[in-house]
Design a protein around this ligand. Structure first.
Ligand code: SAM
Length: 261
């Protein structure tokens, strides 16, 4: 996967390309990482990349000429790559989008600033607009980093060792199960016994159940959107039976005035 990021703040990426999974993916040749300074494609002594908006109003707009020239230059180096504009008006970025982008041969990520980019750039040069959420950032750089990070960790081999993104939250349509590490007891709370049992089947069952519980408690929308496996349906039905038992016990308590409640 070839990444090229077009920005007027290339120095923001110096640290980003050199840390963690992204750095490892670069050094293992799983990805290439280029930062292109849009200012290098601007004309004149001051290499201006923004101008006042036609029609008046506050803020500045990114000029089309330097952006177009920078995109053309990036495309000439990686002609198969999709050109993605980071924009709050774009398609919401989620795990399926990251998975789809991870199959591309390259991405040219265009970072806007100010009020955004001249509309003619969107019309003539952009294949896809991506938003990382319903809020407005000052610039597209952080959004580009989010996209690069989420896509890179899906490229086979990037996580190293036996680590895999297959069980991560959203990959299966559920939130991932709970995690514990040493010490065995922390703040008077022990690690669940099952995780120390060495029984892989029971550990798998426990992980699936905690995954379902978390998704139910935190993101019911995910459960509603997703077909359940027979095993998952069985687990949910068991909870229903447990809940019914608890509710029935409550009505028995009310019927017995000596129960102390
Ligand atoms: N005036 C624009 C609007 O209301 O749609 C917002 C421009 S924003 C201040 C400047 C740049 O930040 C955008 O061009 C885009 O590149 C980036 N940006 C801001 N919010 C973003 C988001 N949620 N996702 C992706 N990029 C974003």
């Amino acid at each position: 996967m070839n990444f090229a990021v077009l920005t007027i703040f290339p120095e923001m990426f110096e640290s980003f390309w050199n840390h963690g999974i992204v750095r490892r993916a670069v050094s293992s040749d799983l990805i290439t990482a280029a930062t292109i300074n849009i200012r290098d494609y601007a004309q004149g002594r001051h290499r201006v990349t923004d101008d006042r908006p036609y029609g008046g109003g506050c803020g500045m707009v990114m000029k089309p000429e330097p952006l177009a020239a920078a995109i053309v230059a990036a495309r000439s180096r990686q002609p198969e790559s999709r050109v993605v504009l980071l924009s709050p008006q774009g398609r919401p970025f989620d795990q399926p989008t990251a998975e789809a982008l991870a199959t591309e041969s390259g991405l040219i990520l265009v970072c806007g600033r100010y009020e955004g980019v001249d509309e003619r750039i969107c019309q003539d040069h952009i294949d896809l607009e991506i938003s990382i959420g319903d809020y407005v950032l000052t610039g597209g750089e952080l959004a580009a980093m989010v996209v690069v990070d989420a896509v890179t960790r899906l490229i086979p081999g990037s996580l190293g060792g036996e680590d895999s993104a297959d069980l991560d939250s959203f990959s299966t349509g559920l939130l991932e199960h709970a995690h514990y590490t040493r010490p065995r007891t922390f703040a008077d709370e022990p690690v669940p016994d099952v995780l120390l049992s060495g029984n892989h089947k029971e550990i798998e069952d426990w992980r699936l159940e905690t995954s379902l519980i978390r998704t139910f408690l935190k993101r019911q929308d995910l459960l509603e959107q997703r077909p359940l496996t027979p095993r998952e349906t069985e687990i949910l039905k068991n909870w229903c039976q447990d809940l019914e038992r608890i509710i029935c016990a409550q009505s028995e308590h009310r019927a017995d005035p000596l129960s102390g409640r």
